[in-house]
Design a protein around this ligand. Sequence first.
Ligand code: AMP
Length: 525
Amino acid sequence: METPLTPLAFARRTRKLYGDREGVVDGDLRLTYEEFFDRCDRWSSALQAMGVGRGDRVAYIAPNTHEQLESFYAVPQIGAVLVPINFRLTAEDFVYITSHSGAKILCVHPDYVAAVDDVRDQLRGVEHFVVLGKADGRKGWREYDPEIARAGPSFKRADVKEDDLLSLNYTSGTTAKPKGVMITHRNAWMNVVDTLVHFHITVDDRYLWTLPMFHANGWTFVWIITAVGGKHICLPKVEPARVFDLVRQEKVGWLCAAPTVLISLAGASPEARGEVPGGVHVITAGAPPAAATIERMEGELGWEVTQVYGLTETSPFLTICEPRPEHASMPAADRAVIKALTGVEMIGACELRVVDGDGKDVPADGQTLGEIVARGNVIMKGYYNDPEATKKVMGDGWFHTGDAAVMHPDGYAEIRDRIKDVIISGGENISSIEVEGVLLRHPAVQEAAIVGLPHEKWGEAPFAYVVLKSGASATEAELIAFTRERLAHFKAPHGVSFVPELPKTATGKIQKFVLRKGAAAIVRQ
Ligand code: AMP
């Protein structure tokens, strides 16, 4: 017997077993799972009344609110496809993604309604605009809550197949147009179950939404927490003081966050921190966390950090930096270095290799650089309406990640860069991540980014951008000397620029292409 693998099955189970438990908290609003799923059903019914059917796309521009969480159930259970859009993108991107996905319905948080109104004439395919709050007199918007109140709870549940599309998640498109990653019900189910194999999250756990839900479906935690009957604590905006408050008030046990968020939490002032309850489990990915950041999170906050790795295209998890019993007795600084490794393939995710240009495994020597490739049940169906790009990344039966890594003898992979960011100086590879990791050990450094710049003699040379901790000071010469003492000299930055902040994507990735342009201008002067 076979039933389709879909995360909707988790909703069915939790409603039956834990309907009367509080499932979702959003500001003052507290919903039991029964109340939450009733709202989802009513929204499904309203969408069907608006003519949304199987395979139709429904797009959202919203931060982490209960309305956004509801979309992950209401849309797929009628067989429609969810398109969660990064709300920090430009209006031009909103137009591109909404049009490319062919969305019929666009649901928008009040903060973004004006931006959408400005480009409304370019959104001709959208049949209904819905504001996830009050329209405040604006014309042409349906209001979400009255629609839900009006709709009955009955709707026609779709008979989904596991290979049906569940969501289209657009890549951040820093260098090209965003691509629509096709995630199936099966892909998402795999990521949920696999995550639960590795992380022991239970019905008693409370999860804080510090990771955007639009980012790879909140790394599937929109379903993971529901699957165990745990509690979602929504958080529309990440501010360290608010995070610490909620951790205390709601007894949060788990959160996911990109390393940049960890840096801001570890660097929060004592007033913003207040009394910090220990023991919070932090899952980090999206960019490489430096060992120094992990050490601070564990040492100063008493929180436990585990790194995972993946891409939107891989549902998203491929690896976990699996703790082994022998790591437990190591000195904290050594353990943090291990925890900063990318890790090993997850049990249900994939087979993972690091290969050279001919597709052969590089030696597991912790030195030879290759590309991470993977195959397994979490790999996307392809890029929406883009067979060329799909063929390019997975045409040979392996998904090519574009991440440059080494393989250690014990099977742990370690990402050293995006392939396109690897710096080659005098014929030697320089890992920007390695140099950044050293700079982050300097007591005055809050954040660092290394980029490669053209150099007459060496081909390329590393250049550093540094954000200092508030009230701290350091000179360019001092930081260069600090790296030269700890690394081969050719890896040390040739120049340092001090900046108030680093340009980042909404998902915490440093935009190195922006820095490279700026650095070139500084060096030319
Ligand atoms: P996204 O699809 O936006 O989640 O971005 C995926 C990319 O983020 C990967 O290809 C990596 O370059 C980077 N990434 C994600 N997790 C990690 C990690 N744990 N360590 C290093 N880079 C990561």
